[in-house]
Design a protein around this ligand. Structure first.
Ligand SMILES: C[S@@+](CC[C@H](N)C(=O)[O-])C[C@H]1O[C@@H](n2cnc3c(N)ncnc32)[C@H](O)[C@@H]1O
Length: 257
């Protein structure tokens, strides 16, 4: 069973979303013309591919987990978007996969093997193409006073108490490549959510997935509820999320390593 297998049913619904405005701003920053071919690497339920679909000509998603591929297929069908899907680890993609104007990678780079994955990403992206490393998470904002107690519980129950994996250094990941960090886009958005939404979000993470929590679910959910309830009004919490994209473009050939 894959690491994300039991997160699938929670992922698309509860994970911090990418706001609509995020896709429009990244597309504008890229100068997308609607003719691009885009590949979403580590696509999960393909929130990125589906969000960027109106701005490009064709989208492909890649993910090694069969449950995520099925979720991507059904989300694309629901959104009325044609999405080509490949079940594979990026490191294993064959030469025949083709090339793309844009590769997007959302909340997935830290699962990939830096050297082998980088070689494939370099091969996948056309000359003068670009890569966007994306994410969406709870913003450090006074709107989210529940986030600290919630994260404390999540970390305490986590499969890994070391979250260093999630702190990526993009400059070193891409140092030996033809890409360099050229632009950044950040979009904040506020919305309401419920305590059940936060419980579902915890199950969407591989570190506190239903498989990890096992038969302790009632205790886990009771702890989350007790910690965030004081911040809810009539069961409703406020949330501000921050979606970001780090855009990597071709280095000037004069300064390539
Ligand atoms: C946290 S999810 C991110 C999903 C989505 N991209 C997003 O932004 O929400 C990470 C995904 O990366 C996939 N993944 C893990 N290792 C991978 C690899 N070596 N190559 C491609 N995808 C991988 C997992 O199966 C999982 O679906």
């Amino acid at each position: 069973m894959g690491r994300f297998a039991t997160t699938v049913q929670y992922y698309a619904r509860y994970r911090e979303p990418y706001p609509k405005a995020f896709f429009a701003q990244v597309a504008a920053q890229f100068g997308m013309t609607g003719e691009e071919e885009l590949i979403d690497v580590g696509c999960g339920p393909a929130s990125l591919a589906i969000g960027f679909a109106p701005f490009v000509a064709e989208c492909t998603g890649v993910d090694p987990e069969s449950g995520m591929i099925a979720a991507a297929q059904s989300a694309a069908r629901q959104a009325g978007i044609r999405l080509k899907l490949i079940q594979a680890r990026v490191e294993e993609l064959p030469e025949t996969t083709g090339t793309f104007d844009v590769a997007v990678i959302g909340r997935a780079l830290h699962w990939m093997q830096p050297g082998p994955a980088l070689r494939v990403v370099e091969r996948l992206v056309k000359k003068d193409g670009a890569v966007a490393i994306c994410g969406s998470s709870v913003a450090g904002s006074p709107v989210n006073p529940w986030a600290e107690p919630y994260d404390e519980i999540r970390r305490r129950w986590s499969l890994e108490n070391d979250e260093r994996r999630y702190r990526m250094n993009l400059d070193s990941w891409f140092a030996a490549s033809r890409f360099h960090l050229a632009d950044q886009v950040t979009v904040n958005e506020r919305h309401e959510l419920s305590i059940d939404d936060l419980i579902g979000r915890a199950y969407s993470r591989s570190t506190t997935s239903p498989a990890v929590i096992g038969d302790r679910r009632a205790a886990f959910e009771a702890e989350i509820t007790a910690a965030v309830k004081p911040f809810a009004q009539n069961g409703v919490l406020q949330e501000e999320i921050r979606a970001h994209a780090m855009i990597l473009r071709e280095k000037d050939p004069q300064v390539r390593l």
